[in-house]
Design a protein around this ligand. Structure first.
Ligand SMILES: [Zn+2]
Ligand SMILES: [Zn+2]
Length: 418
């Protein structure tokens, strides 16, 4: 038996989390954590067993708390996901771990990061069209095969997750971490791979004016990937907190704006006219060429849609939550592009150059290989400095929900600590 945080959803719990009185995320999280219907609890459960050959047991060293985890726990994520998870599950999909079994080419005791997508390579059986094409984040078989339903590790009852002392993963999910990359940087590789993927999906033209809405982990890592992998022109970042402004500048932001000033600032920087409807936010006729929504909040997407020029692109990087007025998509003929997880696996037989209708070619090795290289070079010191044992999960999640306010970027668990 091992300690783990277990998520067990029920409709009353879901509605209670959704209905928690505060509309502010931090406030809503404290309501959820204090309530006796919190969907998460610390349990002792059996270590997950190996589903087949090519699977290994892992001991998580650090496991990040993702914005999508916070949304899930506060009832902000869509009931849509209910069909592609299996309960109860142990969350945690941003994992750096040590392997506890040997694999060909990967000795027991190796340090790895986990690509959490539970696609055909992991599930066995005849691969779907997307996995054949090396785009496993689009896998159609996330409810099929040898493990229970689950879009990712951290949403599947059979695999365990990073918020437990032990989990299992398939060889195709593992990327070895070089000795030079410490755990605090390695735990950023998964979110960084997602940022790399979103930047590929956006297909940013050389010289384009880019707007990033939000400067939490997703926004900052998107900025890093944009500067490293594209020839984007000016990059403007909308950020609430002073430490986010400083970090964004350090990563190459051209200018950083407060949300309340964003519409005027983007108009000044990119041109256009500022329009002020009687109800709702200001918008531009004109604006940035491409915007990345990196908050996961309806207000962030609303702002991105209002500040992009006609014919421009809005990238959904954060997991969307809440309804949004789509009028600008229609009126301004915007391209709304989703970006989920990452693509191109170093160890999957299907790995290889990827092209699709929206993105540019991804090199062999995929987004994880690129993310691993970026994590080693980029100025990411101090991004992961709030680390909690599982037993302090209420505090950890409260910290994650208010990370920006509290000066943190990524809050993580060290499941080996008591
Ligand atoms: Zn995530
Ligand atoms: Zn597939």
């Amino acid at each position: 038996m091992m300690p783990a945080l277990e998520y067990r959803q029920s409709t009353p719990r879901f509605l209670a989390a959704r209905g928690a009185s505060s509309t502010r995320l931090g406030g809503r999280m404290s309501g959820v954590l204090a309530s006796n219907v919190a969907p998460l609890r610390l349990v002792h459960r059996a270590e997950p067993s190996l589903p087949a050959g090519e699977w290994v047991r892992l001991r998580p060293l650090l496991s990040g708390i993702c914005g999508s985890d916070v949304s899930l726990l506060t009832g902000r994520s869509s009931p849509y996901f209910g069909a592609v998870v299996s309960m109860p599950f142990v969350p945690g999909h941003e994992v750096v771990a040590e392997t506890l079994d040997d694999l060909p080419g990967l000795a027991k005791g190796s340090r790895v990061v986990v690509d959490p997508v539970l696609s055909c390579a992991v599930r066995g059986g005849t691969p779907c069209r997307w996995c054949v094409a090396g785009q496993h984040s689009r896998c159609d078989r996330v409810t099929a095969g040898r493990v229970s339903a689950g879009l990712q590790t951290g949403y599947c009852t059979d695999t365990g997750g990073g918020w437990g002392r032990q989990m299992v993963a398939h060889a195709a999910q593992l990327h070895q971490v070089p000795d030079t990359l410490d755990d605090r940087r390695a735990v950023l590789v998964e979110p960084l791979a997602c940022a790399v993927h979103s930047v590929r999906r956006a297909n940013v033209p050389a010289g384009a004016a880019v707007l990033i809405v939000g400067a939490g982990t997703v926004g900052l890592l998107t900025l890093l990937a944009l500067r490293a992998l594209t020839k984007a022109g000016p990059i403007y970042v909308v950020a609430k907190h002073a430490h986010q402004h400083a970090r964004a500048r350090e990563l190459g932001a051209t200018e950083v704006f407060q949300p309340s000033r964003a519409a005027r600032a983007v108009r000044r920087a990119c041109g256009g006219t500022l329009e002020q409807p009687m109800i709702g936010g200001d918008f531009l006729l004109g604006g940035a060429d491409v915007a990345f929504e990196c908050t996961g909040a309806g207000s962030g997407l609303d702002m991105a849609l209002r500040l992009v020029r006609a014919g421009g692109t809005v990238l959904l990087s954060g997991m969307p939550s809440g309804g949004v007025d789509l009028t600008p998509v229609w009126f301004r003929e915007l391209n709304l592009v989703g970006s989920y997880a990452s693509s191109g696996s170093a160890t999957s037989p299907a790995a290889g150059p990827e092209t699709d209708e929206q993105g540019t070619a991804e090199p062999a090795g995929g987004a994880f290989a690129e993310a691993m290289a970026l994590a080693a070079e980029a100025p990411l010191d101090g991004y992961v400095d709030a680390i909690y044992p599982l037993s302090r999960w209420r505090e950890a999640l409260g910290h994650a929900a208010k990370a920006g306010q509290l000066g943190a970027v990524k809050v993580a668990f060290d499941p080996s600590r008591n």
